[in-house]
Design a protein around this ligand. Structure first.
Ligand code: SF4
Length: 166
C-alpha cells in the first residue's frame, strides 16, 4: 500500500507555532487515515523547535530551495536565525518518508516548512509569494510529489496513477 506523508497539524495535532492545529475535515484524508496510509510528521517540532514558538519566514521572498542551497535564511520577527532547525526538520522528514518508501505527500500550504506552492514573503505582513517550504523543497529534490491540503483531489489522482503503475 502506498503511504502518504502528511503535515501533522492537518490531522489535528497541536504543533503549530501558535500552539494550535489546522485540522482538515477532507473526506479523502479521513479515508486514507482509516486505511492506515498516513505518515504524520511535523518538521519544525522534529527539527527541535518548541510549541508554541515565534512565527518564522524565509527571508527575501525566497523559497525552500534557496534555504537548502544556503542563499537564504529562515528568520523570526526578532531576527533570530532558525535555519538550522528548519534544515534538521526537513532532513528528518525525508528520512521518515524514505523509511516508508513514500512517493507522495500532502502538506500544509503556505508554511515555511510545508508550503507546496506558496510561502510568506519574509516581511511578516501576511503577504504570500510563489515558492515552497524548506521540507517540501528537500522532498521534491528526492522525487516525492508534494500537494497542499487544498489540492487533495489532485493528490488522489496521482496516488491512483502510482498504484496503477505499481
Ligand atoms: Fe504543520 Fe508543517 Fe507547520 Fe508542523 S511545520 S505545524 S506540520 S505546517
Amino acid at each position: 500500500m502506498e503511504r502518504i506523508l502528511v503535515s501533522a497539524c492537518l490531522l489535528g495535532r497541536e504543533v503549530r507555532y501558535d500552539g494550535g492545529s489546522k485540522r482538515s475535515d477532507d473526506a479523502l484524508l479521513a479515508a486514507w487515515r482509516a486505511e492506515g496510509r498516513l505518515v504524520p510528521f511535523c518538521p519544525e517540532v522534529e527539527g527541535g523547535l518548541p510549541v508554541p514558538r515565534p512565527p518564522a519566514e524565509i527571508e527575501g521572498g525566497a523559497g525552500g530551495e534557496a534555504v537548502l542551497s544556503g542563499a537564504a535564511r529562515v528568520l523570526t520577527p526578532a531576527g533570530d536565525d532558525v535555519t538550522g532547525a528548519f534544515l534538521a526538520g526537513a532532513r528528518a522528514a525525508l528520512a521518515a518518508a524514505r523509511s516508508f518508501s513514500v512517493r507522495i505527500a500532502v502538506l500544509k500550504e503556505g508554511s515555511p516548512s510545508c508550503g507546496a506552492l506558496a510561502v510568506y514573503d519574509g516581511s511578516f505582513s501576511g503577504r504570500k509569494t510563489p515558492g515552497s517550504g524548506v521540507t517540501t523543497a528537500l522532498l521534491e529534490r528526492d522525487g516525492i510529489r508534494v500537494f497542499g491540503e487544498d489540492r487533495i483531489a489532485e493528490a488522489a489522482r496521482h496516488l491512483a496513477e502510482l498504484e496503477r503503475a505499481g
